[in-house]
Design a protein around this ligand. Structure first.
Ligand SMILES: Nc1ncnc2c1ncn2[C@@H]1O[C@H](COP(=O)(O)OP(=O)(O)O)[C@@H](O)[C@H]1O
Ligand SMILES: [Mg+2]
Length: 292
């Protein structure tokens, strides 16, 4: 459905944000997982027709995105990372306004449409409240509502869960999980759990390039039998980093743990663990090229 070919972009200051990105994305929820600065927002904005690349092409459902940006916009729903709202406008008024712009001309149709949308994102109760008084989670749910106007076939959400508390994130996950069936949905995130919970396909994106693509579960299992954990002291972290391929170090019940990738048992004190997508993610962003 969405076909991205050899996309490259270097900003005027010399930052190479996209380095020959090629990606095929089908219906359903696709996770683009990568650290800050990887180039995710650059890619999302480029697909959304807000900026153009230096080279390469993007095609969606027969639309050439660079040649026919207006056509793409008709089928696009986009929630940008830095989603700003007019603070003194109510959710209902804003959605009504956007729906009007998007061509829902009949007033009573529009009223029903906006009410349905507010129900869907669980904000109907707060429809009269000004957007400036919304919590982070409510604001993101409003962001989804505005992105859904016009029944888009391509939905792009850029880091929608960053900054949400666990409860809000959970609620937002439930909302996102309903989007994936009839549309191509791209979720960009640096949060591994977003992908685990929601996505049937994913890519790890790092330093402007796709390092690997596949099913989250299969990618995670590709490291089975090769991830070991050891409890160490805090000041040993550097020593382990120099001796082993440390995927992550983290505190657990106040004790420092390291997760290490190794083809064989690394020795005293290490135990083989049930590795997960997070281990794979850290593994893949440490590898310039992955061969599975
Ligand atoms: N308008 C811009 N001008 C110059 N550099 C930019 C601009 N936007 C992003 N960058 C740089 O491009 C790289 C990728 O940024 P971005 O696409 O925002 O990544 P991500 O969304 O994954 O954090 C970063 O190094 C960032 O500093
Ligand atoms: Mg970003």
């Amino acid at each position: 459905m969405l076909s991205i070919q050899n996309l490259s972009k270097t900003y005027p200051n010399g930052t190479k944000a996209l380095n020959n990105v090629t990606l095929e994305i089908n219906k359903g929820m696709f996770g683009l997982l990568g650290p800050n600065g990887a180039g995710k927002s650059t890619l999302m904005r480029t697909i959304s027709t807000l900026q153009i690349a230096d080279s390469g092409s993007i095609e969606f459902d027969g639309i050439d995105v660079f040649d026919q940006p207006e056509e793409l916009r008709k089928v696009l729903g986009y929630l940008p990372q830095d989603f700003g709202v007019y603070p003194k406008v109510s959710a209902e008024m804003m959605l009504n306004h956007i729906a009007k712009i998007k061509g829902i001309h009949h007033k009573s149709d529009r009223k029903t449409y906006v009410a349905d949308l507010l129900q869907k994102v669980n904000l109907y109760k707060f429809r009269k409240r000004n957007l400036g008084d919304f919590s982070g989670g409510m604001r993101q749910r409003f962001g989804i509502a505005q992105a859904l106007i016009g029944n888009p076939k391509l939905i792009i959400v850029d880091e929608p869960t960053a900054g949400l508390d666990p409860l809000e994130r959970n609620r937002f996950h439930n909302l996102l999980s309903e989007l994936g069936e009839d549309a191509v949905v791209i979720l960009s995130t640096h949060i591994v759990d977003d992908v685990v919970n929601l996505c049937s396909n994913m890519a790890v994106f790092n330093q402007g390039a796709i390092s690997v693509q596949g099913h989250p579960q299969e990618l995670a299992s590709s490291l089975d039998g090769k991830v070991y954990r050891k409890t160490i002291t805090k000041n040993e972290v550097e020593k382990y980093q120099s001796e082993y391929m440390v995927l992550s170090n983290y505190l657990h019940n106040g004790k420092m743990n390291v997760n290490v990738f190794s083809d064989f048992a690394p020795g005293e004190g290490f135990e083989l663990i049930n590795n997960d997508l997070e281990d794979f993610y850290f593994y893949s962003i440490n590898q310039p090229q992955i061969v599975l």
